[in-house]
Design a binder for this molecule. Structure first.
Ligand code: PGD
Length: 768
């Protein structure tokens, strides 16, 4: 072994520190397909953008707490840890005393780093719960729309989002995969908490070797690897539902749908069929109707529907499709299509959601409870759906809909964030910048000077996983990893836990927070609890010392051939779904009863406000896809070697079709300006035929580098200056950041320099 095992969200690896302090990272020997993202780790560790000392925004330090439009623009004053902790503890006490715990927002969404104990969000939630509570956030940016929708359709989101049918069952049985959004390999390296053996690329290669037919429905050909040999249907972005309806119409009118399955296992097909045939609205959703909307020839749609009915067919939808306005519809329509084929619950057939969205979807590792830090009970019941952060800050007291409830935004005075980067992950960053001017105080724990750290008042330097001890593993992982410390903390960085323990001590609940344990004792404790559970369930697990010395232990596998909804299919009366009817709800009386025009009671085609068929396309004729990057995880380690290699002209690469490039006089390598009414960013042009004409792709995660006071222009290429801060619908209020209409122009002048690779102006008044 050339190092000790450690793990990251993009996989386990071996790491060692050289005498000169540099670290060497190599793939884990058990991993058949290690992630290229490992290449970002060494360069990130001691990069110039590490936060080396606690820092306070000068305006906050001199004028004290209060709303300020200087956030993101002021200099920072470095201070001692004691001073910083006194300031944070004092401000928490002030806000609690004056406004109550309802005024503290501690949702703190974000992926942070792998590691079960030093999970930033769990640490912060435990701390704030003991401090009297906090306004929390619910659901995720990843699949927040499906999390709310699926319980109405199949009783729970767990089985669908938790992995679906296993790859071996698919490889053995599936004849045709119709993949809406494809199965993008780049995402399959990523799993929250880590993954030691990345299986998806190997299974895709097996499917190709077997000759399994795969239909890729996406404007981007890269949404399935070339070696799979997929048939590419370059659909117009945001119109998958029209294509699905065209397919469903062909099935229904040619008698290819499975009426027996629909009667026995589903409710509400008749209502949907009346819509499909045009009986309820006068518009038959036939292939001739669907073709011009989605850009696929009507004959091709009809032929595909017939092929789907004649084969063992798996209909899959990526999570990216629900990360859009009306994002409920592609998920609901795909489930309905699969139900019409009657193969849900049959090996290799039916419905899947998230193949290619995450590494563990389709994995057959056992779904085990991992060592977990208890977060305690949050006495404050107020929450927001996670993607409504800017609305909350901008509109305290406003009422809004969410999943059948009328909720009210709280009045937030203190925002506390650890382990997330909202100035990467949220939409319409110019609007978010305005929203972040509203609270009295923003506290951020961060290893790096991200855009979010720069928008804070108090920045506390956090360690990365290489600088501390932990235990790491992901859902369905093959290994539990003993994450030894590899290097000493960079600068004066401290672990999130130690920062919060020091604050808890100042606020009088230090003992309750730490329970008297050191970090090593916590790790042993969490491991011990986990081991007891494992032994109780009949699994083996070594004692802690053995595990720690060995560096890892193997985890049990789940059933290799698993099929989603198999037990439901076998006996729907004895194993009903947890829906009101106990059946798959193609029409949901509950959702219909909410009366939301943007999410009626069965799947429908609803035009988004921004797509190539909307009036706005007259001014902004290109459809931007802002999807997950292939060269980093979200915004993490954007300064690392893998991420930097893919930049064009020092900026994030914007992919566009040669026709669109030629029409604008753009050549590969040019600096371009991408813009719409919300904002603009600079990017580097990458010209490719692997994209539908009229579509451009700019992935998320280039560090936001705002130019000017309004923060509506990014020098570096963060697409979230362009995306709209609107929800998927009133049902789920999910993130809709995947799409926006834009225009692109070649930039002939001097573009603003990219400055985000250096720290913000720091006043080094304090030296240890
Ligand atoms: P990350 O870049 O992973 O993005 O959003 P998220 O905020 O999770 O941010 C994690 C931060 O944690 C990093 O800044 C990292 O430095 C910091 N960090 C790492 N380790 C530690 C630690 O130990 N302690 C502390 N305190 N900090 C740490 C991701 C979100 O973006 C997600 S999940 C999705 S799916 C969304 N996808 C899209 C999309 O498809 N399209 C658009 N337009 N926008 C999206 N945004 C969403």
């Amino acid at each position: 072994m050339s190092g000790r095992p450690s793990t990251s969200h993009w996989g386990a690896y071996l790491v060692r520190a050289e005498p000169d302090g540099e670290i060497v990272v190599t793939p884990h020997p058990a991993d058949p397909a290690p992630s290229p993202l490992l290449g970002n780790i060494p360069g990130g560790l001691r990069h110039a953008t590490r936060v080396r000392r606690p820092a306070v925004r000068r305006g906050w330090l001199t004028r004290g707490p209060g709303p300020s439009d200087r956030r993101g623009r002021d200099e920072f004053q470095e201070v001692s840890w004691d001073k910083a902790l006194d300031l944070v503890a004092g401000e928490l006490a002030r806000v609690r005393g004056t406004h109550g715990n309802q005024a503290i927002f501690g949702g703190s969404y974000g992926w942070a780093s792998a590691g079960r104990f030093h999970h930033s969000q769990s640490q912060l939630h435990r701390f704030l719960a003991l401090a009297g509570g906090y306004v929390s956030s619910r659901n995720t940016y990843s699949f927040g729309t499906s999390e709310v929708l699926l319980p109405h359709l199949v009783g729970s989101s767990g089985p669908v989002l938790g992995g679906g049918s296993s790859w071996p069952a698919i490889v053995a049985n599936t004849e045709l995969i119709v993949a809406f959004g494809g199965i993008p390999e780049k995402n399959t390296y990523v799993t929250p908490g880590g993954m030691t053996t990345h299986g998806t690329p190997g299974y895709l290669a097996e499917l190709a070797a077997k000759g399994t037919k795969i239909v890729l429905v996406s404007p981007l050909r890269s949404d399935l690897p070339d070696y799979v040999g997929a048939e590419w249907y370059p659909v117009v972005p945001a119109t998958d539902v029209a294509l699905m309806l065209g397919l469903a119409h062909t099935l229904a009118t040619e008698g290819l749908h499975d009426k027996g399955f629909l009667d026995r296992y589903c409710v509400g097909y008749d209502t949907f069929e009346r819509y499909l045939l045009g009986d309820s609205d006068g518009v038959p959703k036939d292939a001739a109707w669907a073709g011009p909307v989605c850009g696929v020839e009507p004959d091709t749609i009809r032929a595909l529907a017939r092929r789907m009915a004649a084969a063992r067919t798996l209909v899959t939808v990526t999570w990216s499709l629900q990360r859009a306005q009306h994002g409920e519809q592609p998920v609901w329509a795909a489930l309905t299509l699969a139900a019409m084929l009657g193969q849900i619950g049959l090996p290799g057939g039916g419905f899947g959601h998230g193949y290619g969205s995450m590494g563990d979807v389709g994995s057959h590792g056992a779904l085990l409870r991992l060592p977990t830090l208890h977060q305690g009970r949050n006495p404050v019941r107020t929450f927001i759906p996670v993607a409504r952060i800017a609305d909350m800050l901008l509109c305290p007291g406003a009422r809004y809909d969410y999943n059948g409830q009328r909720l009210t935004y709280p009045d937030i005075r203190l925002v506390y964030w650890a382990g997330g980067n909202p100035f990467h992950h949220h939409q319409d960053l110019g609007r978010l910048h305005t929203a972040f001017a509203r609270p009295d105080t923003v506290v951020v724990h961060e290893p790096h000077w991200t855009a979010t750290a720069r928008q804070a008042d108090i920045v506390l330097p956090a360690t990365t996983s290489l600088e501390r001890e932990d235990i790491g593993s992901g859902r369905r992982d093959s290994h539990l990893i003993a994450m030894h410390r590899v290097v000493e903390p960079v600068g004066e960085a401290r672990n999130d836990h130690d920062i919060l323990a020091a604050l808890a001590a100042r606020l009088g609940f230090g003992g309750a927070f730490t329970e008297g344990r050191s970090t090593r004792q916590w790790i042993e404790h969490l491991y011990g609890e986990w081991r007891e559970g494992m032994l109780g369930a009949g699994h083996q697990a070594p004692v802690f010392d053995e595990f720690w010395a060995a560096g890892e232990c193997r985890l049990p596998e789940g059933p290799e051939h698993f099929t989603l909804f198999e037990s439901y299919r076998a006996d729907p009366d004895r194993s009903p779904l947890y829906t009101p009817s106990g059946r798959i709800e193609i029409t949901s009386a509950t959702v219909a009863g909410f009366g939301y025009p943007d999410c009626p009671g069965h799947p429908v085609w609803l035009e988004p406000s921004e797509w190539l068929g909307s009036p706005l396309a007259g001014r902004f004729p290109l459809h931007l896809i802002a999807n997950q990057p292939g060269t980093r995880l979200h915004s993490q380690l954007d300064m690392g070697a893998t991420s930097q290699r893919a930049k064009v002209a020092g900026r994030e690469a914007l992919q566009l079709h040669p026709q669109d490039a030629a029409a604008r006089g753009i050549a590969a390598g040019d600096v371009v300006r991408v813009f719409n009414d919300r904002g603009a960013c600079f990017a580097g042009a990458a010209v490719t035929t692997a994209i539908r004409p009229g579509v451009v792709r700019l992935p998320t995660g280039a560090w936001f580098d705002p130019v000017g006071e309004e923060a509506r222009l990014c020098a570096h290429g963060n697409p979230n200056v362009l995306t709209a801060d609107i929800p998927s619908s009133r049902l789920s209020q999910g993130c809709a950041g995947q799409h926006a209409l834009v225009e692109v122009e070649r930039w002939t002048g001097d573009p603003p320099p990219v400055t985000i690779g250096s720290p913000p102006p720091l006043l080094p008044a304090y030296r240890p």
